[in-house]
Ligand binder design. Structure first.
Ligand SMILES: [Ca+2]
Ligand SMILES: [Ca+2]
Ligand SMILES: [Ca+2]
Ligand SMILES: [Zn+2]
Length: 340
């Protein structure tokens, strides 16, 4: 046994030397950022939507048999080559469990291992930024949150993930289903990070509602681009099994028939559903590439006034980017909500 484990150790040392020597070192002797790809096991976007099974429950973070088909291996890109989940577009820190570490960049864990959520956060944050850049942001258009986003996973008992400007950090808690086990929760929070990076001013309740609505929309637009599911308008199908009784389980939806201003009730997440429905209708009308480009472009430097103000700015942006026909479709979606 001892001889065999020595052999294994020697082989793995040789393998890691091989990996190290294949990296091009820069002047500081460190591998260049974004030099490495790897593989990680993730939910895509979450087990309830992926498997179409509304009976799945948290079961105290157990890795039970019905979840097995929901684990998918995906390529992790833009890693910095350190062996940690750190790279061009995401920097993952965890206060629960060990930090995921793999010199060969293989991050295969299940949900009962706290490192699984770290992989989820790295994958979905990185894919968000890659998608944004694929639309032209950072090349033909201004960059949007084009940096390594800090993410912290902690033991916080409340079921409430949040983005904070103070530390420019996304945080994911562990109430009910661990928040970062649902890609749509990660994407929602990344939506707030997008707003922070765009100098979006959170001056009013309506500005807060727009940000919540945009976060829900971001969860749905990117979730359904990468990982389409049969009920695309349902947000956080998996996280919400812990706190919703009715089926389908959804934290919120982006296709509710709410109107401005009659349906405003002063709660930002609720009111945000007016905004997210408008964005969803724009996406249905003009497709996700044009919708996401014009929506992101219109949000820069929003002074935090009202939903109708940002709706008007979005129509103007649509006209500038794509012409009158698309602008009229965008206006129509806002007219349907009472926002134009
Ligand atoms: Ca977990
Ligand atoms: Ca949760
Ligand atoms: Ca969903
Ligand atoms: Zn939010």
């Amino acid at each position: 046994m001892a001889r065999r484990s020595l052999l294994v150790a020697a082989l793995s040392l040789a393998a890691s030397l091989l990996v190290a020597s294949s990296l091009v070192l820069n002047a500081a002797g460190k591998p260049p950022a974004g030099s490495a790809s790897g593989v990680g096991t993730v939910f895509f976007p979450n087990p309830v939507a992926d498997l179409g099974d509304e009976t799945l429950t948290d079961q105290k973070d157990a890795d039970y048999a019905a979840l097995a088909p929901a684990y998918r291996d995906k390529v992790l890109t833009n890693l910095d080559g350190s062996g940690f989940l750190v790279g061009d577009w995401a920097n993952i820190v965890s206060e629960t469990g060990a930090p995921a570490y793999s010199p060969s960049n293989e991050f295969r864990y299940r949900r009962d291992d706290d490192r699984f959520e770290q992989v989820m956060a790295y994958y979905w944050v990185t894919e968000s930024q890659k998608y944004i850049q694929s639309l032209g942001f950072g090349t033909t258009l201004r960059p949007v949150n084009q940096k390594s986003q800090n993410v912290r996973i902690n033991q916080w008992g409340l079921d409430n993930s949040f983005a904070t400007t103070h530390k420019d950090e996304l945080r994911f808690g562990k109430g009910g289903v661990d928040d970062a086990e649902d890609a749509e929760v990660i994407l929602h929070e990344y939506g707030h990070a997008i707003h922070f990076s765009q100098n979006f001013v959170f001056a009013t309740e309506e500005a807060g509602a727009i940000s919540e609505g945009f976060g829900d929309y971001w969860a749905v637009t990117l979730g359904n681009f990468l990982a389409p599911t049969p009920d695309p308008a349902c947000v956080a199908d998996w996280d919400s099994v812990s706190y919703t009784a009715s089926v389908p389980h959804c934290l919120r939806r982006v296709d509710r028939n709410l109107h401005y201003p009659a349906d405003l009730n002063g709660e930002v997440h609720h009111d945000g559903q007016i905004w997210s429905r408008a964005l969803w209708d724009i996406r249905q009308a003009v497709g996700h590439v044009r919708a996401d480009t014009l929506i992101l472009e219109a949000q820069f430097d929003f002074p935090g006034t009202s939903m109708s103000d940002l709706a008007a700015a979005t129509v103007v942006t649509a006209n500038r980017l794509y012409g009158r026909a698309v602008a009229n479709q965008v206006r129509g979606a806002f007219v349907d909500r009472g926002l134009q």
